[in-house]
Design a protein around this ligand. Structure first.
Ligand SMILES: [Zn+2]
Length: 444
């Protein structure tokens, strides 16, 4: 598989550190609020990448953190009149609900800052001992000038950066570019360190968590493009200073989602929370995956409507096929055909190429077209059964699973009654039976 590596600015062949295994880490949320549909994009992207790699036979180990110690959480907790811990837990729970709502696997490893404090202190201490960081009052700062490689990820020159940062030089820092690894802090949750009472800086947690979980370098580190600078640049700098590596071989970033053509932002208020999405979450996921992940999406209601219709079309074809196979007892998970192989090849090729999901969706649409055709015309059971198998697999990889139940004999009777009621145009009875069948997951 090929992926665009922000670090090298190239599309590169993905070569895992350990054969057959891919390790992934992407930066998770600071848990002080709900997430909006733009925050959902990395969840959707990395979940899809994971499922695709699993489909190719890799074992994927994925981690994503919760920043549960942060001033924003303290401020929000005050507003809601709850403790910081309660606030963090509330939004962690909400986040994981959103993850599942978006059709993403929630079984990734979930480190928290509050559970990594000792390791963070140790890490910062080692940086100080190496001369890559310095203590200033109760704070500890990373000394950017100690690292000639600084700026590699974001393609910035260190001299220019230092020049640019001069305006914000404050007394406690040697350079405006230096960033806090530890901050003296005396309110809410604090930790006792050798530098005084305080809290860890944001940029350190991810490096420490990765080293703690994976014991060294990983394959893929990701997040939204807004994290490239300074967050990921600073992560790499610290890790280079201490371990002489760039944390991950591949740095992979997804573009953002705009609201219309404007940047979506919690502070401006032009956001749609994931929990408030009116549409089927799979229709939103389909929308997101219909754009290359490195392109900005300008989200509008009209665009969503278009994908609601698209997803409905997929659902209807899938249901028609499912019922046909079920009623005629034609399910066969080993069924193969040239047509279905061709579709799966197209789908794989699209994903091999920097996870080109728009082309993957084209393959799904081709399968839908063929299914409708085959159901109208030949009804070849081998072809239909094999198309069902590949469509189910493709939908699963893209997190668009459509879950239907095979009919028990009781449900089969209800299904037949429903069909009969429709034939004799008894809409009242048909409607009642339809509702029952939907309740039982026989119909959508
Ligand atoms: Zn991070």
């Amino acid at each position: 598989m090929k992926l665009y590596n922000t670090y090298t600015n190239k599309i590169e062949e993905l070569k895992p550190l350990k054969e057959g295994v891919i390790t992934i880490y992407y930066c998770g949320p600071t848990v002080y609020n709900y997430i909006h549909i733009g925050n959902a994009r990395p969840i959707i992207f990395f979940d899809t990448l994971k499922k695709y790699l699993e489909h190719r036979g890799y074992k994927v180990i994925m981690a994503s953190n919760f920043t549960d110690i942060n001033e924003k959480i303290l401020n929000q907790a005050k507003k809601e009149n709850i403790t910081e811990e309660e606030c963090a837990n509330k939004y962690i729970k909400a986040y994981l609900e959103d993850v599942r709502f978006l059709g993403a696997d929630d079984s990734f490893i979930k480190p928290k800052v509050s559970e990594t404090i000792n390791e963070i202190m140790e890490f910062v201490n080692k940086l100080v001992e190496k001369g890559a960081a310095y203590v200033s009052g109760e704070d500890v700062y990373y000394r950017v000038s100690s690292n000639p490689k600084y700026g590699m990820l974001s393609n910035r020159k260190i001299d220019e950066l230092i020049q640019g940062a001069r305006v914000e030089v404050r007394e406690e820092k040697e350079s405006g570019l230096d960033f806090a690894l530890w901050k003296g802090f005396h309110e809410g949750i604090t930790y006792r360190s050798k530098w005084g009472e305080g809290r860890p800086g944001w940029h350190t947690e991810c490096c420490v968590m990765i080293n703690k979980i994976f014991g060294g370098m990983i394959d893929i580190h990701g997040g939204g493009t807004d994290l490239i600078f300074p967050h990921h640049e600073n992560e790499i700098a610290q890790n280079e200073s201490l371990y002489n590596n760039r944390i991950a071989n591949y740095w992979v970033h997804n573009a953002r989602v705009n609201f219309g053509s404007e940047k979506m932002s919690k502070s401006i208020g032009n956001v749609i929370w994931v929990k408030d999405l009116k549409c089927d979450p799979r229709a939103y996921r389909l929308l997101v995956l219909s754009f290359p992940y490195r392109n900005i999406i300008n989200y509008t209601e009209e665009l969503q409507n278009q994908f609601d219709t698209e997803f409905l079309r997929i659902k209807q074809a899938y249901q028609k096929l499912f019922l046909h196979l079920d009623v005629n007892n034609l399910f066969d998970d080993k069924a193969k055909s040239n047509i279905s192989d061709e579709i799966m090849n197209k789908f794989d090729q699209a994903n091999e190429n920097d996870l080109n999901t728009p082309n993957g969706i084209t393959a799904i649409n081709e399968a839908i077209k063929l299914i409708n055709q085959e159901l109208r015309q030949n009804k070849d059971s081998q072809i239909l059964s094999s198309l069902y198998n590949v469509l189910t697999e493709m939908l699963h990889i893209y997190g668009l699973d459509i879950k239907l139940e095979k009919m028990s004999s009781e449900n089969r009777l209800i299904y037949e009654e429903w069909n009969n009621a429709r034939i004799r145009k008894d809409f009242e009875v048909a409607d009642k039976l339809r509702k029952l069948l939907v309740e039982r997951n026989i119909l959508i």
